[in-house]
Design a protein around this ligand. Structure first.
Ligand code: AMP
Length: 299
């Protein structure tokens, strides 16, 4: 199979109770492709400025990420700054500098157009629409978004929901898009808007997968030190979709296993700042934690 990720490749400035890092490499496409790279060879469509470090490009390539769809444009790379409270589930966006992202129209290379799984990770929803039109007949289309786009481009997001199979959303995003305060009601309302599956990520409380007549819950791996929660959602999606791409099937059992792999990848991403945990993480550690999950939930 083949997985294409349309997303942000970015600089992040992050403050958590464990410290502050300025302009480190991040972005939804970065986290997602690194996580998916343990299962498949993800292909990325994104844009960066000339200031983006060659060493980061080399690292992604070394991790098996295909960067044939990464454009380098004159100007500065997208920059996001976020601050976390003592409760890692509470995050405040301090600033969003769109930079080269401003009028980015993601061009899908011809070699990617036949992709079977497409992930429209967090970027401008108009960019999602533009990208989606360029794929021939994907079997599975998933999307994600963030408060910034829900507040500025709500109509585009609602339109997009009618065109995707899976929505990944955290609790805040699910409430904002659906207008429902209760998460279960929010999940059900979102499924009615189009996607056959809604994956509601609840930070350290795990995730709920809603389908039509189908609900599956997955815990978050118990983690003593959440150093930096950034990218947990994208790593979840990367593990989830990377696993499905490897499995080549989308049955209910595959979806359950994908959700556990998603949770495992998210649990690793938060153990260090930015993408640092991926520098040493290997597949054996991922499979070890997958097995631990079994013990954790069997009774
Ligand atoms: P997550 O923690 O999984 O929600 O994703 C955080 C990542 O999303 C960070 O690495 C940011 O670079 C990226 N990000 C933040 N805001 C935006 C935005 N408005 N558009 C695209 N990517 C963003």
């Amino acid at each position: 199979m083949s997985l294409v990720i349309v997303g942000s490749v970015a600089f992040d400035t992050i403050e958590t109770p464990f410290g502050r890092r300025s302009r480190i490499v991040g972005g939804s496409g970065t986290y997602c492709s690194l996580a998916a790279g343990y299962f498949t060879r993800p292909r990325v469509v994104a844009v960066v400025g000339r200031d983006f470090p060659k060493s980061a490009v080399a690292f992604l390539k070394a991790r098996g990420v295909d960067l044939g769809g990464l454009k380098v444009r004159a100007g500065k790379t997208f920059h996001w700054e976020g601050r976390y409270e003592k409760d890692p589930n509470i995050r405040r966006t301090v600033r969003t500098d769109l930079n080269v992202f401003k009028d980015f129209r993601p061009e899908v290379p011809k070699a990617y157009a036949g992709a079977e799984i497409v992930y429209l990770s967090n970027i401008d929803p108009d960019g999602h629409e533009f990208a989606l039109r360029q794929f021939r007949k994907p079997k599975l289309v998933a999307m994600d978004t963030i408060r910034f786009w829900i507040e500025t481009k709500r109509e585009a997001i609602l339109r997009e929901l009618g065109r995707v199979d899976i929505l990944f959303a955290n609790d805040e995003e699910a409430r904002l898009v659906s207008g429902e305060l209760n998460l279960i009601a929010a999940g059900r309302a979102l499924v009615k808007r189009g996607p056959s599956l809604v994956v509601l990520k609840k930070g350290e409380h795990g995730a709920l997968v809603f389908g039509r007549g189908f609900v599956f819950g997955v815990l978050a791996h118990p983690c003593d030190h959440v150093i930096d929660p950034t990218g947990a959602g994208d790593a979840f999606a990367g593990g989830f979709l990377g696993y499905l791409d490897q499995a080549g099937r989308f049955g209910r059992r595959d979806i359950r296993r994908a959700a556990v792999y998603g949770s495992v990848l998210a649990s690793f991403a938060i153990e260090d700042f930015g993408i640092d945990r991926f520098r040493t993480l290997d597949r054996a550690a991922i499979d070890g934690r997958f097995r631990d999950f079994r013990k954790l939930i069997s009774f």
